[in-house]
Design a protein around this ligand. Structure first.
Ligand code: ASP
Ligand code: MG
Length: 423
């Protein structure tokens, strides 16, 4: 018998029939003797629907007061699904109670629409578990120190579940979703993509940040920090499959490089089209220049990803970096208006039609020639690389977006990701 946290995504909670299935599955775990805490998302489409309504009525200049109300509003989606799940469990003959984030409470900071969890009080939940109840805790939300309701950002229920699991020191946090695990790459792009039985926390972090949208990235960070054993698995298996089989299915996110793990050098290919490239040409090459350009960008709350500075020639250098595509126009304007006039820069150019493709694997730490294999593969496909960046366990390239799928398929093949890992 163990304390287990389940998290169910919006699709899994998408109708009363599906909620009934979730209840039956949770009841199966509870009857096997486990203490169960369940964190559901809102029913699919509900958060979008609510935020859409707000948008229709939004003031011309949205201020903090507006964002406060967005959280007040969006949090109701999870409140509804949680109550429905508790009711469905009661119908299964299982005692159950649901709590909104503020009732637990889950304390967050006051950053509306993207709040961070600061602490979770576990007394109430523990008392209910002790009394034999299944406890449902709303995902996606908390409460700040002034008792304002906050939400954690889109996809935030994953983070709620992991945080609850950490606070309760759960044996495992199972994330039930509409895919059956973490894949070597997106199967919609590469049909031969394979499900990974295990993936290390570091790799998952790289994949999650690279647009493999299985888990909210913050949940992975949280799991890493508090060493929460995390499993991603399908909510579409029949609810009455054998519990042992179910508890071994999906993908386990691991913390150690143990012998059992699949020993592939590259574990997955991540990609996204969310970025845009900006180059500042003819920057005077002197101390403080990088800070003057990127400091201003950071001060405007714009996140920068790949950064490249060239060797200088005749006292001038070129500087390139990528930002989220949504920030592209804003960044160009900011540079042109506020930063560059003082610097004597020759030109700012940019391209929003790029993509980033990365190979990810902890095996890259101990193997040489992995990046060059990637570059050879791309050259054989005739794909030009525009930027390169590397970390210990990842090599990323920026390419013209029209080559994204070709690059991903070719790399998937070259690194043998469609072959089951050797035992
Ligand atoms: N319901 C929220 C969203 O749609 C949170 C979540 O599902 O994780 O983003
Ligand atoms: Mg999600």
């Amino acid at each position: 018998m163990a304390l287990i946290v389940h998290k169910y995504g919006g699709t899994s909670m998408g109708s009363t029939e599906r909620i009934r299935n979730v209840a039956k599955r949770v009841a199966k775990w509870a009857r096997a003797g486990h203490q169960m805490v369940v964190v559901p998302s809102a029913m699919s489409g509900e958060t979008n629907r609510l935020l859409g309504l707000a948008k229709e009525l939004a003031p011309a200049k949205p201020a903090d007061a507006y964002h406060r109300e967005l959280d007040m509003l969006a949090a109701t989606g999870e409140q509804a699904s949680s109550a429905l799940l508790a009711i469905a469990l009661q119908s299964e003959g299982v005692q159950s109670v649901s709590y909104a984030g503020w009732q637990v409470p889950i304390r967050t900071n006051s950053a509306y629409t993207k709040a961070r969890i600061e602490s979770i009080e576990d007394d109430r939940v523990r008392a209910d578990l002790q009394a034999g109840k299944v406890v449902i805790v709303t995902g996606f939300q908390g409460v700040d120190e002034d008792d304002n309701i906050t939400t954690l950002g889109r996809g935030g229920s994953d983070t709620s579940a992991v945080a609850v699991a950490a606070a309760l020191k759960a044996q495992e946090c199972l994330i039930y979703t509409d895919v059956d695990g973490v894949y070597t790459t997106d199967p919609r792009v590469v049909p031969e993509a394979r499900r990974l039985q295990t993936v290390s926390f570091e790799e998952m972090l790289e994949m999650a940040s690279m647009g493999s949208k299985v888990l909210q990235i913050r949940s992975v960070e949280f799991a890493g920090k508090y060493k929460v054993p995390l499993r991603v698995l399908s909510s579409f298996t029949p609810w009455d499959i054998d519990l042992d089989e179910e508890s071994k299915s999906g993908t386990l996110i691991t913390f150690e490089e143990d012998e059992q793990m699949e020993q592939a050098i590259v574990s997955g290919i991540a990609f996204n089209r969310d970025e845009a490239k900006i180059s500042v040409l003819g920057v005077p090459d002197k101390p403080g220049i990088a800070y003057q350009i990127l400091g201003a960008v950071a001060d405007a709350n714009i996140e920068v990803d790949v950064i490249i500075q060239n060797v200088s020639k005749d006292g001038r250098t070129d500087f390139s970096f990528t930002v989220h595509r949504n920030d592209y126009a804003k960044t160009i304007d900011l540079l042109k208006e506020k930063v560059l006039p003082g610097l004597g820069v020759q030109e700012v150019v940019g391209d929003a039609k790029i993509c980033k493709v990365s190979i990810v694997g902890i095996g890259m730490r101990s193997h040489v020639g992995v990046a060059s294999k990637m570059f050879r593969c791309l050259s054989e496909e005739g794909i030009n690389i525009q930027m390169i960046s590397t970390s210990e366990i990842k090599t990323s390239v920026v390419l013209d977006e029209k080559y994204m799928e070709l690059a991903v398929r070719a790399l998937h093949r070259v690194f043998d990701l469609d072959q089951p890992a050797a035992a």
